[in-house]
Write a protein that binds this ligand. Sequence first.
Ligand SMILES: Nc1ncnc2c1ncn2[C@@H]1O[C@H](COP(=O)(O)OP(=O)(O)O)[C@@H](O)[C@H]1O
Ligand SMILES: [Mg+2]
Length: 592
Amino acid sequence: MRSIKWKLIIMYLGLVLIVMIVSGSYILLSLRNIEVEKSRGQLESYAEKIYEQVIEDGDTENFQETLLRTVPNAVGIQGNILDANGNTIASTTVLKEPYPLYTDQAIVAAMNGTSSFSSGKKSTDSFALLKEWMSYAASIKGTDEEVNYIIYTRLDAGDMRTSLDQTTKTIIIAVAISLLLAVIMGYVFAQTLTGPILALTKGAKNMAEGNFEQSLKVRSVDEIGQLTSSFNYMASELTKNMSEIYQEKNRLEILLHNMSDGVISFKKDGELMLANTAATEMLGVDKIEMDFSDFIRTYDINSGVYLDMGNEPSKKVTFPVGKQFINATFTPYYNAAGQIEGLVVVLQDITEQKKLDDMRKEFVANVSHELRTPLTTVKSYTETLMDGAMEDKEIAMEFLGIIDSEADRMAFLVRDLLQLSRFDNKQVHLDMAEIEMNEFLSLTVKQNKIHAEAKRQDLTFEPYREMVVVHGDRDRVGQVVNNIVTNAMKYSLEQASIKIYITEDDTYYKICVKDTGMGIAREDLPRIFERFYRVDKARSRAMGGTGLGLAIAKEIMESHRGRLTAESEYGKGTTMTMWFPKELPLPECKEV
Ligand SMILES: Nc1ncnc2c1ncn2[C@@H]1O[C@H](COP(=O)(O)OP(=O)(O)O)[C@@H](O)[C@H]1O
Ligand SMILES: [Mg+2]
């Protein structure tokens, strides 16, 4: 009953009922009036006829006879002549006395001098049938305004009623048919109206369930048709927007999962909301499945990080995960109303950075330490000299010699440091030239031979079977070779053999310096290229090493697009290999 269909049907019914009742009543009333008017006319003209033909020129005694003779007995209408007292003296219905006695409102009025009609009076007729009469009483006055006679006509109103009843019946049947038609039409109309509305409702429901790609059929151009096409437009716009949102979400997701920083976010109740790939990798797990308090507990973060950080902007915490160091930034995020919605944790792997930082600190400590030892020596010898050792010339000379060599040490150290810093700042200018290695290495060996012989070491170079031309800066390449050869001699005992030879592969010429010295332990091997790293500090220092030689050599080789590698077996010997690329170094290297 709550549907539009029923409402429409009821409205239709009501409308039709009202229209039919109003118009039916109007028609009935008009019909009745017309009938009444007609009957009255008949009664009047009948009465006039009686007056003209019977009363005007006649005698009271002859009235009955004249009446019967001259006035035709019209169907259903009766005529009577009454005296001034209302007694019937002639009648068309009765042939002789006794005449019927009429009692009627109209007769009473006529006795008083007014002609009038009356209706609805029921009485029996001459056949003793009860009939409803319509009657007219006209008073006939003489010259002295006295009522002489009364003409009383009447007709049977039953006929009129019957025809009116017939009409009423017809009208009622028409109403019933109209009502039925109204129901049918209302139903059909409602159907055409509610059909599309139902379709729209279904469409909207579908849409609410996430099915945006639907188009409803537009069946008309009316308001409902417009509504349907608006709905279709809305659906297509929504589809478009949804796909845009989806794409945007996808993009963000891809971005989130491909960024190098780890991102984890927690809801304000501590539940995990998301964690990207980088985060799982950094924390070294397959999947992050912990809430906020688990997270804090697992990684032992206890420096004032809370879910509800109030208005604090963000908090940085560093914690170790295995060998890595992770920096976590905790930032709360808020909703539109400014209330905390949750917490985003951005993770950064700062292991490299921390290593560099540590290296820098260590480097500064090393430099200070390396400088302090010779400075202390210089200082103490100078003080001793000033305290009177100057007097003894021999001691003074000895002390000055020590001071001189310590100063040299410091000078070497500073020279090496400067060189490294130039490499660090990319301020090194290479004077590139073609170097023929057989010739170059023979010369180097010749220069170092004297030192080797002092330790009774066997330093040899075995020239390669063909010319070996590498591109490089003569001085720098010489520095590398010298450092390696010197190391080989320094870190080998007497009578060791040091062999220099050349090999090649497709891309590199390899210059190898192989000694039968003390070798380098496996754990020290990767570290010997580090600045200041020395396996045996005291020994190195005693030999005037700064621990920077290999670090510089490595930088030089790399600036030549080559490499420097070491192989060693502890106690047996070491082979250092310099790798020179066969191709020409890139043009920019040539220029500088
Ligand atoms: N041929 C070698 N045999 C054994 N140890 C070596 C050899 N060459 C280098 N080393 C080790 O590597 C360290 C670093 O060498 P380097 O940088 O040249 O410093 P330095 O010669 O000033 O000590 C040395 O202190 C030494 O312990
Ligand atoms: Mg050295």
